[in-house]
Design a binder for this molecule. Structure first.
Ligand code: TXA
Ligand code: MG
Length: 339
């Protein structure tokens, strides 16, 4: 299959919308990461997403809508859900709600809940409106690769597998949306994102975080979200994350770098000079910049063919939890605390 790679102009968005209505798969930008979209209510179209991504069938998809009214008949919207939508939609917040039987089992991996989100990227919204269908969309990477934060990343993973990629430039947030389970007694974050625990608690009164966000599942422990069972965000190199006192972190990374062949450092911008002539990629100065750059850096380490990645982490406050969740998974939870 030839893959068209087109700028997200009004005309090309119309072309993409036509493909979606005919049951095809199209990649498009959102404010978090690029998505691989198809009509969420068309079983064959959703099956084509799983095939293009090589995604295990037991990992459910997020259903994207242009506005709340598009959820009518698809799921049961609770009072807390409504309040959170008022506060954070459109935006990087995905809500798990009880689904109706209009949503096909393949979209939710036969779970009784459906994940729903209204993205705030103008191209995503225009595509949703032009197609008129709710769009099921996982991140547009091949399974096991870092999520794509630019159209070029999508092309790397999806060339020849889908008919069209809409290029809307780099993504603003850079980590996937917060996944919040609203089907239990207390709202619970299954995957942290730019809408933080603090932001959810400010509206919902309370917010829990699934324990498996920052540690591996124990043998026999049920995964709160199927996505957590699968290997994720992994660079080809062996990765270790260092947190704690900055001077000690830098010293320890230098020590390991010097005794390892073919290593690469992911550093906070301000710390780059401290690593001297060693091979360094900058994650930026703030956690927000770290969220924005992490996946691109991981892809770059793959391209460089390094065998070892030594990364400076952040604390887990605010959006730090989302960054550290992705780093921990990329490093298979190899986190070293210094000082
Ligand atoms: O920012 C995002 O959320 C991006 C953009 C494209 O919107 N999408 C995305 O989708 O990251 P995906 O499929 O890569 O991640 C969805 C996560 C998975 O971990 C999945 O297991 C979980 O949400 N999920 C989806 N539906 C679920 C459900 N019904 N119950 C539990 N977890 C669910
Ligand atoms: Mg994904």
């Amino acid at each position: 299959m030839d893959t068209l790679f087109l700028p997200a102009t009004e005309e090309n968005i119309k072309t993409a919308a036509g493909l979606l209505r005919r049951g095809q798969v199209v990649a498009f930008p959102t404010e978090t990461v690029y998505g691989l979209g198809a009509d969420a209510l068309n079983e064959a179209a959703v099956a084509a997403i799983f095939a293009a991504k090589e995604r295990p069938a037991d990992n459910p998809l997020i259903v994207h809508v242009a506005e709340r009214a598009q959820l009518d008949g698809l799921c049961h919207v609770t009072d807390i859900a409504r309040a959170l939508m008022n506060a954070y939609w459109p935006g990087p917040l995905t809500l798990l709600l009880q689904k109706t039987n209009r949503v096909p089992g393949i979209t939710t991996a036969n779970l009784p809940s459906v994940a729903v989100r209204c993205p705030r990227h103008p191209v995503a919204l225009a595509l949703l409106r032009a197609s008129g269908v709710p769009i099921a969309a996982p991140s547009a990477n091949r399974s096991g690769r870092p999520s794509p934060t630019s159209a070029r990343h999508v092309l790397e993973d999806m060339r020849g597998r889908i008919p069209l990629i809409l290029d809307g430039g780099p993504c603003e947030v850079g980590v996937e949306s917060t996944v919040l389970d609203l089907t239990g007694p207390v709202p619970c974050i299954l995957r942290p994102g730019a809408v933080t625990k603090e932001m959810v608690a400010a509206i919902a009164g309370d917010c829990a975080v699934a324990p498996s966000v920052m540690r591996p599942l124990r043998p026999g422990e049920a995964a709160p979200s199927p996505g957590m069972r699968h290997r994720h965000y992994a660079p080809r190199a062996k990765m270790t994350v260092f947190v704690g006192d900055e001077e000690k972190v830098i010293a320890e990374i230098c020590r390991r770098y010097d005794e390892t062949e073919n290593a690469c450092i992911l550093a906070h911008e301000n710390a780059v000079p401290a690593f001297g002539g060693r091979r360094v990629l900058s994650l930026g100065d703030t956690k927000e910049q770290g969220a924005n750059r992490l996946f691109a850096c991981l892809r770059e380490t793959d391209e460089m063919g390094v065998s070892c990645v030594l990364a400076m982490g952040w604390d887990e406050e605010g959006v730090g939890l989302a960054v550290m969740n992705r780093m921990a998974r990329a490093a298979a939870f190899d986190i070293v605390r210094c000082g």
